[in-house]
Structures are given as structure tokens and as C-alpha cells.
Design a protein around this ligand. Structure first.
Ligand SMILES: [Zn+2]
Length: 298
């Protein structure tokens, strides 16, 4: 009887291990390439990237716990560590959710732009030491994720000192992964876009890349995207992250018209909920509400 019990125990253990391995293999096989999810966080920004090599990256975390739905839906259940966290700038609609993420996940490095002393204390209080280190990034930063995946930062300038407007400090950075090119802009302002547009244009030309996705600055506000910047980066699609009935009137009709004139397909999380994007073959796949849409031939 004792032998039978032992046999039964080992048998059950093997079955459970088999199921876990099958689930893990199934998940790994299901991930076709690096995936970028623009999370529906209401009025705010939050994007989750899982690279082909299973590295997790969070770029902003929205204002509150809503970001957790997106992570639960897109991050494997067995993984509770986010290797890289970027905060575009210190405004609550971009970092408030980190408090809730920190209760369920651990962080690797956290990258922020310049912080004023009082906002630094507030921010560090929210993330409660659940990180390896906080690093300040500027136009000179190049953050390597793995061999073919990196972030190149174009803004803020390292010479920008004690800027009182946090939006002026919002990062503008290019994410490159095996030919997928995405520009993240946080709440970048027209003036900061004008400082980097020539540099970005030269970089795109020099490296013969094409921008698949532009995270439209500042939730589609009129105090964000400009005609010149849009012409310089010429993206295939634009993503707007804004909340229902927000008091700012985001996105602006003029910005939507501008994107339309430039033949940029626009998706707004307020209409689509979270948006998953990835490259399949030579097409950009945009998935939301259970439907897939194909863009471009690269
Ligand atoms: Zn914002």
C-alpha cells in the first residue's frame, strides 16, 4: 500500500510537471516575435513590451491599478519580474500605477528623466525600494536590452536644468528590435519635438529604418504632435492613449486630421481598449477587440 501511495504521488507529480512544461512551451511557441502592448489605462500612458527573448519592459504605468489588467492579460503567469521600467516623466498619469505594479511584480532597472528633488522623494516612496536602481537618462543614453534590441534616447537634453514643467522633461526615444521601430514620446511638447526632429530624421535615413509605430505625444493633445515632427518620422501607424470623457479634450480634432492627411492609421485606446502589435512575416499586425489588422510590407 505504501509503495502504491509512493507510485501515485510520483505519478501525480510527473503529471503536474508535464502540464507546467506544456503550458510554458505552448506560451513560448505562441509568441511569434517581440510584442508591444499599448495598455488601456484610461487617461494616461502605459505600454508593455515582451521581447522575443522573454525580457519584460514597462514604459509608463498609467495613473492607477488599471495597468495590472494589461499585465495580467499579456505577461506569462509564471513571470513576476519586469526587467526594465521606463518612466517618461514624473506626472501621475504616467507613473501612478507603478505603486500597484510594485505590489505584484519586482523591477530590474528603472529609467527616468531628470527629477526635481521633491518629485524624486515622492516617486521613490511609491516604488518602495523594489528595484535594482534608478538611472537618469538623457539624449546621450543608449540602453541595450539584448543583441538586437535597444532604446536610443533623443530627449531630454543633458543641459536642461531645473525645468519646472515636467512635460518638457518627457523622454523622446526610439525602440529598435529586429527591424521593428517605435517612437515613444510620453507628453512631449511641440518645442521639444522641434529640438529633436532633424536628428531623428538623419538617424532614420542613416540607418535605413522605417518607423512602424509612433506613440502620439501627449494623448493627442494640440500641445503635442507637430506637422514637422510627423513629416520627419513618417510612421505607419499612430497610437493615442487617452481616457473616456477626459477633461482635457484629448485627442484634438486637429491632430487627428493631421495624422489622417499624412495617411497614418490611428488607434486610440479609448475606442479599442488595449492594442497589441508585433511583426509577422513582413507585416505589422495590430490586434484589438479580438480582431487583427495588417499594415505595411517591410
Ligand atoms: Zn500625460
Amino acid at each position: 500500500m505504501s509503495n502504491f501511495k509512493n507510485f501515485l504521488f510520483i505519478y501525480v507529480l510527473l503529471c503536474i510537471s508535464g502540464v507546467i512544461i506544456a503550458l510554458y512551451c505552448g506560451y513560448s511557441a505562441a509568441q511569434r516575435s517581440t510584442e508591444i502592448v499599448f495598455c488601456d489605462v484610461g487617461q494616461g500612458d502605459g505600454a508593455y513590451i515582451r521581447t522575443q527573448n522573454h525580457i519584460d519592459i514597462l514604459i509608463d504605468a498609467g495613473p492607477d491599478e488599471k495597468i495590472l489588467d494589461c499585465l495580467h492579460n499579456n505577461m506569462p503567469f509564471f513571470d513576476n519580474h519586469i526587467e526594465f521600467v521606463f518612466v517618461s516623466h514624473l506626472q501621475k498619469d504616467h507613473y501612478g500605477g507603478l505603486q500597484y505594479v510594485g505590489e505584484q511584480y519586482t523591477f530590474g532597472n528603472i529609467f527616468v528623466t531628470q527629477m526635481l528633488t521633491e518629485s524624486k522623494d515622492l516617486f521613490e516612496g511609491i516604488i518602495k525600494n523594489k528595484y535594482r536602481g534608478i538611472e537618469t537618462i538623457n539624449e546621450k543614453s543608449l540602453i541595450s536590452i539584448d543583441e538586437k534590441t535597444f532604446f536610443k534616447v533623443f530627449w531630454p537634453s543633458e543641459n536642461l536644468k531645473n525645468q519646472p514643467d515636467p512635460n518638457m522633461l518627457s523622454h523622446i526615444m526610439l525602440f529598435e528590435d529586429n527591424g521593428l521601430s517605435v517612437i515613444f514620446t510620453g507628453d512631449a511638447q511641440p518645442i521639444t519635438l522641434s529640438y529633436v526632429e532633424d536628428q531623428l530624421k538623419s538617424y532614420i535615413k542613416e540607418h535605413s529604418i522605417r518607423i512602424e509605430i509612433l506613440k502620439v505625444p501627449h494623448h493627442g493633445s494640440l500641445n503635442g504632435l507637430t506637422e514637422n515632427f510627423l513629416t520627419s518620422v513618417s510612421p505607419e501607424i499612430g497610437i493615442i492613449s487617452s481616457g473616456k470623457h477626459n477633461s482635457y479634450g484629448h485627442p484634438s480634432k486637429r491632430i487627428l486630421e493631421m495624422l489622417n492627411v499624412h495617411n497614418v492609421s490611428v488607434f486610440n485606446t479609448v475606442e479599442t481598449s488595449s492594442i497589441k502589435t508585433y511583426i509577422k512575416g513582413r507585416r505589422l499586425v495590430v490586434e484589438f477587440l479580438g480582431r487583427s489588422h495588417l499594415y505595411g510590407v517591410f
